[in-house]
Design a binder for this molecule. Sequence first.
Ligand code: F6P
Length: 351
Amino acid sequence: MAKKKLAILTGGGDCPGLNPAIRGVVMKASRLGYECLGIQEGWKGMISGCAKPLALEDVEEIVRLGGTILGTSRTNPYKKEGGVRSVLETFKKLDLHALVAMGGEDTLGVAGKLYKEQGLNVVGVPKTMDNDLSATDYTFGFDSAVTIAVDAAERLIDTGRSHRRAMVLEVMGRHAGWVSLFTGIAAGADYICIPERPVDVKDMSAKVKAAHARKKVALVVCSEAVNMGSAGEEKLDEFGHMILKERGVGERIAKIVEKETSIETRHAVIGHIQRGGAPTLFDRILGTRVGLKAAELVDAGQFGKMVALRGNDVLGVSLEEATSKLKTVPPEWFEIMDTLTGAQAGAGAAR
Ligand code: F6P
Protein backbone atom coordinates (compact mmCIF):
# COMPACT_ATOMS: atom_id res chain seq x y z
CA MET A 1 0.00 0.00 0.00
CA ALA A 2 1.27 3.50 -0.89
CA LYS A 3 2.41 5.56 2.07
CA LYS A 4 0.35 8.58 3.18
CA LYS A 5 2.03 11.88 2.34
CA LEU A 6 2.70 14.65 4.81
CA ALA A 7 4.09 18.00 3.64
CA ILE A 8 5.79 20.68 5.73
CA LEU A 9 6.11 24.39 5.04
CA THR A 10 7.80 27.23 6.91
CA GLY A 11 6.34 30.73 6.42
CA GLY A 12 6.96 34.29 7.61
CA GLY A 13 10.21 35.49 9.20
CA ASP A 14 12.64 32.65 9.80
CA CYS A 15 14.06 31.95 13.25
CA PRO A 16 16.35 29.45 14.97
CA GLY A 17 14.38 26.34 15.90
CA LEU A 18 12.69 25.76 12.55
CA ASN A 19 15.16 23.08 11.47
CA PRO A 20 14.85 21.13 14.74
CA ALA A 21 11.06 21.31 14.29
CA ILE A 22 11.26 20.06 10.67
CA ARG A 23 13.50 17.24 11.86
CA GLY A 24 11.03 16.38 14.64
CA VAL A 25 8.10 16.12 12.22
CA VAL A 26 10.02 14.02 9.69
CA MET A 27 11.48 11.64 12.30
CA LYS A 28 8.12 10.99 13.94
CA ALA A 29 6.10 10.90 10.71
CA SER A 30 8.56 8.44 9.13
CA ARG A 31 8.17 6.13 12.10
CA LEU A 32 4.41 6.40 11.75
CA GLY A 33 4.72 5.29 8.12
CA TYR A 34 4.38 8.62 6.30
CA GLU A 35 6.33 9.86 3.33
CA CYS A 36 7.40 13.49 3.90
CA LEU A 37 7.67 16.38 1.47
CA GLY A 38 9.13 19.85 2.00
CA ILE A 39 7.18 22.71 0.43
CA GLN A 40 9.60 25.42 -0.69
CA GLU A 41 9.31 28.99 0.62
CA GLY A 42 6.09 28.87 2.62
CA TRP A 43 2.69 29.47 1.04
CA LYS A 44 4.49 30.58 -2.14
CA GLY A 45 5.50 26.95 -2.68
CA MET A 46 1.94 25.73 -2.11
CA ILE A 47 0.77 28.19 -4.78
CA SER A 48 3.45 27.22 -7.30
CA GLY A 49 3.53 23.53 -6.38
CA CYS A 50 7.20 23.57 -5.51
CA ALA A 51 7.99 20.60 -3.26
CA LYS A 52 10.89 18.22 -2.61
CA PRO A 53 11.03 14.85 -0.86
CA LEU A 54 12.22 15.04 2.76
CA ALA A 55 13.93 11.85 3.83
CA LEU A 56 15.51 11.01 7.18
CA GLU A 57 18.99 11.67 5.76
CA ASP A 58 17.87 15.20 4.77
CA VAL A 59 17.07 16.09 8.36
CA GLU A 60 19.36 14.02 10.56
CA GLU A 61 22.01 16.74 10.83
CA ILE A 62 19.89 19.89 10.87
CA VAL A 63 19.10 20.20 14.59
CA ARG A 64 22.00 22.63 15.06
CA LEU A 65 21.34 24.73 11.95
CA GLY A 66 19.80 28.22 11.94
CA GLY A 67 17.28 29.35 9.32
CA THR A 68 15.04 26.88 7.55
CA ILE A 69 16.17 24.29 5.01
CA LEU A 70 12.82 24.77 3.24
CA GLY A 71 13.15 28.51 2.65
CA THR A 72 10.40 30.93 3.60
CA SER A 73 8.37 33.87 2.31
CA ARG A 74 5.71 36.28 3.51
CA THR A 75 3.32 35.20 0.74
CA ASN A 76 -0.37 35.37 1.59
CA PRO A 77 -2.51 33.13 -0.71
CA TYR A 78 -5.59 35.16 0.25
CA LYS A 79 -3.94 38.26 -1.26
CA LYS A 80 -2.99 36.59 -4.56
CA GLU A 81 -5.37 36.22 -7.49
CA GLY A 82 -6.37 32.53 -7.50
CA GLY A 83 -3.98 31.90 -4.58
CA VAL A 84 -6.30 29.73 -2.49
CA ARG A 85 -7.39 27.72 -5.53
CA SER A 86 -3.73 27.04 -6.37
CA VAL A 87 -3.02 25.90 -2.80
CA LEU A 88 -5.90 23.42 -3.01
CA GLU A 89 -4.74 22.18 -6.41
CA THR A 90 -1.19 21.63 -5.13
CA PHE A 91 -2.55 19.72 -2.15
CA LYS A 92 -4.44 17.46 -4.55
CA LYS A 93 -1.69 17.18 -7.15
CA LEU A 94 0.88 16.14 -4.55
CA ASP A 95 -1.68 13.68 -3.17
CA LEU A 96 -1.18 15.00 0.36
CA HIS A 97 -2.88 13.57 3.40
CA ALA A 98 -1.87 16.54 5.56
CA LEU A 99 0.13 19.75 5.70
CA VAL A 100 2.12 20.94 8.70
CA ALA A 101 2.44 24.74 8.54
CA MET A 102 5.14 26.31 10.72
CA GLY A 103 4.78 30.02 11.27
CA GLY A 104 3.58 32.95 13.29
CA GLU A 105 0.16 34.62 13.37
CA ASP A 106 0.17 35.26 9.59
CA THR A 107 1.17 31.79 8.33
CA LEU A 108 -0.99 30.09 10.94
CA GLY A 109 -3.85 32.51 10.27
CA VAL A 110 -3.86 31.29 6.65
CA ALA A 111 -3.65 27.66 7.86
CA GLY A 112 -6.62 28.19 10.21
CA LYS A 113 -8.69 29.77 7.43
CA LEU A 114 -7.88 26.97 4.97
CA TYR A 115 -8.97 24.44 7.57
CA LYS A 116 -12.17 26.30 8.44
CA GLU A 117 -13.23 27.38 4.98
CA GLN A 118 -11.81 24.62 2.79
CA GLY A 119 -11.60 21.69 5.18
CA LEU A 120 -7.89 21.27 4.47
CA ASN A 121 -6.01 18.81 6.71
CA VAL A 122 -3.62 21.22 8.39
CA VAL A 123 -1.74 21.25 11.69
CA GLY A 124 0.12 24.35 12.87
CA VAL A 125 3.49 24.69 14.58
CA PRO A 126 4.14 28.05 16.29
CA LYS A 127 7.42 29.79 15.56
CA THR A 128 8.39 33.40 16.01
CA MET A 129 11.19 35.31 17.65
CA ASP A 130 8.48 37.80 18.73
CA ASN A 131 6.87 35.29 21.16
CA ASP A 132 3.52 36.95 20.49
CA LEU A 133 1.23 33.94 19.93
CA SER A 134 -1.33 33.85 22.70
CA ALA A 135 -2.16 30.15 22.87
CA THR A 136 1.36 29.01 23.73
CA ASP A 137 3.63 29.95 26.63
CA TYR A 138 6.70 30.30 24.38
CA THR A 139 7.51 30.07 20.70
CA PHE A 140 10.84 28.75 19.50
CA GLY A 141 13.07 31.47 18.06
CA PHE A 142 12.46 33.78 21.01
CA ASP A 143 15.10 32.32 23.31
CA SER A 144 17.74 32.40 20.55
CA ALA A 145 16.85 35.98 19.58
CA VAL A 146 17.01 37.23 23.16
CA THR A 147 20.28 35.37 23.79
CA ILE A 148 21.81 37.19 20.82
CA ALA A 149 20.35 40.53 21.93
CA VAL A 150 21.71 40.12 25.47
CA ASP A 151 25.16 39.44 24.05
CA ALA A 152 24.86 42.60 21.92
CA ALA A 153 23.73 44.63 24.96
CA GLU A 154 26.70 43.47 27.01
CA ARG A 155 29.06 44.47 24.20
CA LEU A 156 27.43 47.90 24.09
CA ILE A 157 27.92 48.29 27.83
CA ASP A 158 31.67 47.57 27.47
CA THR A 159 32.28 50.13 24.76
CA GLY A 160 29.85 52.59 26.34
CA ARG A 161 31.70 52.48 29.66
CA SER A 162 35.06 53.06 27.97
CA HIS A 163 33.70 56.20 26.34
CA ARG A 164 31.48 57.26 29.25
CA ARG A 165 28.46 57.13 26.98
CA ALA A 166 24.82 56.19 27.17
CA MET A 167 23.98 53.37 24.75
CA VAL A 168 20.64 52.52 23.15
CA LEU A 169 19.96 49.07 21.71
CA GLU A 170 17.00 48.62 19.35
CA VAL A 171 15.64 45.10 19.11
CA MET A 172 12.90 43.50 16.99
CA GLY A 173 9.71 41.91 18.27
CA ARG A 174 7.06 43.69 16.28
CA HIS A 175 4.10 44.98 18.35
CA ALA A 176 4.90 42.84 21.38
CA GLY A 177 7.61 44.00 23.76
CA TRP A 178 8.82 40.55 24.87
CA VAL A 179 12.22 40.69 23.16
CA SER A 180 12.96 44.15 24.54
CA LEU A 181 11.66 43.26 28.00
CA PHE A 182 13.63 40.02 28.39
CA THR A 183 16.77 41.52 26.84
CA GLY A 184 16.57 44.54 29.11
CA ILE A 185 16.07 42.45 32.23
CA ALA A 186 18.75 39.89 31.38
CA ALA A 187 21.34 42.51 30.38
CA GLY A 188 20.63 44.75 33.38
CA ALA A 189 19.39 47.72 31.31
CA ASP A 190 18.74 51.04 33.02
CA TYR A 191 15.59 51.66 31.00
CA ILE A 192 13.39 49.42 28.87
CA CYS A 193 11.01 50.71 26.22
CA ILE A 194 8.22 48.46 24.97
CA PRO A 195 5.30 49.20 22.63
CA GLU A 196 2.75 48.39 25.34
CA ARG A 197 3.78 51.37 27.49
CA PRO A 198 4.33 54.97 26.40
CA VAL A 199 7.90 56.18 26.91
CA ASP A 200 8.10 58.54 29.88
CA VAL A 201 10.93 60.79 28.67
CA LYS A 202 11.43 62.44 32.09
CA ASP A 203 11.66 59.10 33.89
CA MET A 204 13.96 57.61 31.24
CA SER A 205 16.29 60.62 31.29
CA ALA A 206 16.45 60.68 35.10
CA LYS A 207 17.26 56.96 35.23
CA VAL A 208 19.89 57.21 32.50
CA LYS A 209 21.51 60.20 34.24
CA ALA A 210 21.58 58.49 37.62
CA ALA A 211 22.89 55.22 36.17
CA HIS A 212 25.59 57.05 34.24
CA ALA A 213 26.66 58.93 37.36
CA ARG A 214 27.03 55.63 39.25
CA LYS A 215 28.49 53.39 36.54
CA LYS A 216 29.91 55.73 33.86
CA VAL A 217 27.62 54.03 31.37
CA ALA A 218 23.89 53.59 30.92
CA LEU A 219 21.93 51.24 28.70
CA VAL A 220 18.46 51.66 27.23
CA VAL A 221 16.89 48.71 25.40
CA CYS A 222 14.01 49.56 23.12
CA SER A 223 11.64 47.70 20.88
CA GLU A 224 11.39 48.61 17.20
CA ALA A 225 7.66 49.27 17.59
CA VAL A 226 7.74 51.75 20.46
CA ASN A 227 5.38 54.57 19.63
CA MET A 228 7.50 57.67 19.01
CA GLY A 229 4.90 59.44 16.90
CA SER A 230 4.73 59.38 13.12
CA ALA A 231 7.83 58.29 11.21
CA GLY A 232 6.50 59.53 7.88
CA GLU A 233 4.87 57.22 5.36
CA GLU A 234 4.54 53.69 6.80
CA LYS A 235 5.13 50.76 4.40
CA LEU A 236 3.05 47.58 4.79
CA ASP A 237 3.84 43.93 3.95
CA GLU A 238 1.42 41.43 2.29
CA PHE A 239 -0.25 40.70 5.60
CA GLY A 240 -0.84 44.43 6.24
CA HIS A 241 1.92 44.76 8.86
CA MET A 242 3.99 47.90 9.15
CA ILE A 243 7.64 47.45 8.14
CA LEU A 244 9.08 48.61 11.42
CA LYS A 245 12.80 48.69 10.73
CA GLU A 246 12.38 51.97 8.88
CA ARG A 247 10.95 53.83 11.88
CA GLY A 248 14.36 54.46 13.43
CA VAL A 249 13.15 54.12 17.02
CA GLY A 250 16.61 53.45 18.49
CA GLU A 251 18.08 56.48 16.82
CA ARG A 252 15.20 58.68 17.90
CA ILE A 253 15.47 57.52 21.51
CA ALA A 254 19.24 58.07 21.48
CA LYS A 255 18.72 61.65 20.30
CA ILE A 256 16.19 62.29 23.05
CA VAL A 257 18.48 60.80 25.71
CA GLU A 258 21.43 62.91 24.56
CA LYS A 259 19.34 66.09 24.44
CA GLU A 260 17.72 65.54 27.85
CA THR A 261 20.81 64.32 29.73
CA SER A 262 23.70 65.99 27.89
CA ILE A 263 25.42 62.58 27.95
CA GLU A 264 27.00 61.54 24.68
CA THR A 265 24.78 58.76 23.36
CA ARG A 266 25.10 56.13 20.63
CA HIS A 267 22.60 53.62 19.33
CA ALA A 268 22.79 50.21 17.62
CA VAL A 269 20.15 48.27 15.71
CA ILE A 270 20.84 44.53 15.62
CA GLY A 271 17.93 43.70 13.30
CA HIS A 272 18.13 40.37 11.54
CA ILE A 273 21.24 39.27 13.45
CA GLN A 274 18.64 38.19 16.05
CA ARG A 275 17.18 35.71 13.58
CA GLY A 276 20.39 33.99 12.48
CA GLY A 277 22.77 31.43 13.91
CA ALA A 278 22.38 28.15 15.70
CA PRO A 279 19.31 27.66 17.90
CA THR A 280 19.87 27.73 21.66
CA LEU A 281 19.38 24.56 23.71
CA PHE A 282 15.86 25.73 24.68
CA ASP A 283 14.87 26.30 21.06
CA ARG A 284 16.34 22.99 19.91
CA ILE A 285 14.32 21.10 22.49
CA LEU A 286 11.12 23.13 22.03
CA GLY A 287 11.37 22.95 18.22
CA THR A 288 11.92 19.22 18.38
CA ARG A 289 9.05 18.62 20.81
CA VAL A 290 6.49 20.65 18.85
CA GLY A 291 7.65 19.01 15.61
CA LEU A 292 7.18 15.51 17.04
CA LYS A 293 3.78 16.46 18.41
CA ALA A 294 2.65 17.91 15.07
CA ALA A 295 3.25 14.54 13.39
CA GLU A 296 1.28 12.83 16.18
CA LEU A 297 -1.64 15.24 15.69
CA VAL A 298 -1.65 14.50 11.95
CA ASP A 299 -1.69 10.78 12.64
CA ALA A 300 -4.53 11.20 15.12
CA GLY A 301 -6.54 13.19 12.56
CA GLN A 302 -6.48 16.25 14.84
CA PHE A 303 -6.61 18.85 12.08
CA GLY A 304 -7.22 22.58 12.60
CA LYS A 305 -4.95 22.35 15.65
CA MET A 306 -1.72 24.09 16.61
CA VAL A 307 0.85 22.56 18.92
CA ALA A 308 1.24 24.69 22.05
CA LEU A 309 3.58 24.68 25.02
CA ARG A 310 1.59 24.94 28.23
CA GLY A 311 3.77 24.73 31.29
CA ASN A 312 5.99 21.80 30.42
CA ASP A 313 3.46 20.03 28.23
CA VAL A 314 3.05 20.16 24.47
CA LEU A 315 -0.53 19.74 23.36
CA GLY A 316 -2.94 20.61 20.55
CA VAL A 317 -5.07 23.78 20.74
CA SER A 318 -7.41 25.22 18.14
CA LEU A 319 -5.63 27.18 15.39
CA GLU A 320 -8.45 29.69 15.49
CA GLU A 321 -7.89 30.33 19.20
CA ALA A 322 -4.14 30.51 18.67
CA THR A 323 -4.31 33.23 16.03
CA SER A 324 -7.24 35.30 17.25
CA LYS A 325 -5.32 37.51 19.67
CA LEU A 326 -1.77 38.76 19.89
CA LYS A 327 0.08 38.07 23.16
CA THR A 328 1.48 41.41 24.25
CA VAL A 329 3.26 42.26 27.52
CA PRO A 330 0.61 42.59 30.27
CA PRO A 331 0.80 45.44 32.84
CA GLU A 332 1.98 43.02 35.59
CA TRP A 333 5.41 43.25 33.98
CA PHE A 334 5.56 47.06 34.28
CA GLU A 335 6.19 46.90 38.01
CA ILE A 336 8.96 44.35 37.47
CA MET A 337 10.54 46.67 34.90
CA ASP A 338 10.34 49.57 37.32
CA THR A 339 11.81 47.53 40.16
CA LEU A 340 14.75 46.40 38.07
CA THR A 341 15.63 49.68 36.40
CA GLY A 342 16.83 52.91 37.98
CA ALA A 343 18.34 51.18 41.05
CA GLN A 344 19.77 53.60 43.59
CA ALA A 345 23.19 52.56 44.88
CA GLY A 346 22.95 51.95 48.62
CA ALA A 347 19.14 51.90 48.59
CA GLY A 348 17.87 49.60 51.30
CA ALA A 349 21.25 49.57 53.09
CA ALA A 350 19.83 51.44 56.07
CA ARG A 351 17.12 48.87 56.66
O1 F6P B 1 8.17 38.64 13.05
C1 F6P B 1 9.54 38.49 13.13
C2 F6P B 1 10.26 39.76 12.75
O2 F6P B 1 11.64 39.56 12.92
C3 F6P B 1 9.81 41.01 13.51
O3 F6P B 1 10.36 41.08 14.80
C4 F6P B 1 10.27 42.09 12.55
O4 F6P B 1 9.53 43.29 12.72
C5 F6P B 1 10.02 41.47 11.21
O5 F6P B 1 10.02 40.07 11.39
C6 F6P B 1 11.02 41.83 10.15
O6 F6P B 1 10.59 41.28 8.95
P1 F6P B 1 11.49 41.08 7.65
O7 F6P B 1 12.40 39.90 7.89
O8 F6P B 1 10.49 40.81 6.59
O9 F6P B 1 12.26 42.34 7.46
